[in-house]
Design a binder for this molecule. Structure first.
Ligand code: AOF
Ligand code: ZN
Length: 358
């Protein structure tokens, strides 16, 4: 048998991390494996927000004698702070781990190199930067959020071949197939906030919920509107465990009607995409999914606040009267994206473009 390399062990740690999924919420997905004499003796991952960190989950599986002198491969730098759980770096040192191989440093300012420094200062050998690209891909929103201090903003829509969202402005059109629908539900589960505009609320009356899996922290629902009038009687303002925030530009008497449900809030401000992004950042939401319609998409494009576009393209033509993907506010400068990722979903195509960073 081949001798396993550091990258092989890190690949196993990545596979562990992926098991966490959306349950880790705003915490990163983290995985770890413990290796002694070339053998993997334990592996673990951060299962859910508030739960044991990957290092602890892994160390819990072995006796003190087994951990002594072992090497720990962990996708993220062990933490150094007392949060919902005690610092992993102390636990690693206390366990007598000889060497720690770290996939990436933690961009969270509460850690940011302190975990690595603590390990080194306590005689643990540390190697940083193993399979970094793959490791970073585990938590793109988390990494982005702490590096850019704002959420990752994805613009998502189901469109026809001619780039239309709706056959007629006042009526909802069914565009995507079942496979695209299921995929877009998955996308919602990976987002911490979903935003729509007043027109989409009026025409679609969506629930904006994740219907296929039970989530402890479902995405909050945001509506950008002139006034809360449009929300009266709509699904989004019904009592629910999921918060709804109506981001309105003017106060009216309807505010009291729609906020009758305790999960519904009206926030009056001169909302712009930049203000929405900054406010989401303040709430700690690392990802914002903008789900339409044309006008809201146009505002985010014009503000240059689009980090990713995801389109579900359906084999239909709506023609010249229909509502396009983006319409309204003019954009001064084109936004540039990288080559798309394509996924065939039956007779639909999913296209994903990430912004070119300049
Ligand atoms: C690790 N291993 O598996 C994870 C880490 O509130 P807490 O105690 O859960 O801490 C959350 C923070 O800890 C999170 O923001 C990130 O900096 C780090 N996550 N660290 O050593 C892990 N999930
Ligand atoms: Zn930790």
């Amino acid at each position: 048998m081949h001798k396993l390399l550091a990258t092989d062990y890190m690949a196993l740690a990545i596979a562990q991390a992926q098991r966490g999924g959306p349950a880790t919420y705003t915490n990163p997905q983290v995985g770890a494996v413990l290796v002694k004499a070339g053998q993997v003796i334990a592996s673990g991952y951060h299962q859910r927000f508030g739960g044991d960190h990957a290092e602890v989950a892994t160390l819990k599986q072995v006796t003190a004698a087994m951990a002594q002198g072992a090497t720990l491969y962990v996708t993220l730098e062990p933490c150094s702070h007392f949060g919902k759980t005690p610092p992993c770096c102390r636990r690693v040192v206390a366990a007598g781990i000889k060497k720690v191989v770290i996939g990436q440093l933690d961009p969270h300012p509460i850690v940011a190199g302190r975990g690595r420094d603590y390990l080194q200062q306590h005689g643990v050998q540390v190697e940083t930067g193993c399979l970094t690209t793959q490791v970073e891909a585990l938590n793109p929103h988390y990494n982005w959020f702490y590096r850019q201090q704002r959420p990752w903003i994805t613009l998502k829509a189901a469109v026809t071949i001619d780039g239309k969202l709706n056959a007629q402005a006042q009526q909802r059109s069914l565009i995507s197939n079942q496979a695209s629908y299921l995929d877009s539900q998955q996308l919602r589960s990976q987002s911490q906030a979903i935003l729509i505009g007043a027109h989409t609320l009026a025409v679609d009356d969506p629930a904006l919920t994740v219907r296929l899996q039970a989530l402890a922290h479902p995405p909050v629902r945001l509506v950008l509107a002139t006034t809360s009038q449009v929300a009266v009687g709509k699904q989004l303002v019904k009592p629910s465990d999921v918060p709804t925030y109506l981001l309105c530009r003017q106060a009216t008497a309807n505010d009291a009607i729609v906020t009758a449900a305790p999960n519904v809030h009206v926030l009056i401000d001169d909302w712009t995409p930049a203000k929405i992004s900054a406010w989401c950042a303040k709430q700690g939401w690392q990802s914002l999914l903008v789900e339409g319609g044309s006008q809201v998409q146009a505002e985010f494009v014009a503000a240059g606040l689009v980090d990713e576009v995801i389109l579900y393209l359906a084999p239909m033509l709506f023609g010249g009267q229909a509502l396009p993907l983006v319409q309204g506010v003019a954009t001064a400068k084109p936004l540039q994206f990288q080559a798309p990722r394509l996924t065939q979903l039956g007779d639909n195509v999913k296209l994903q473009w990430q912004r070119k960073v300049d």
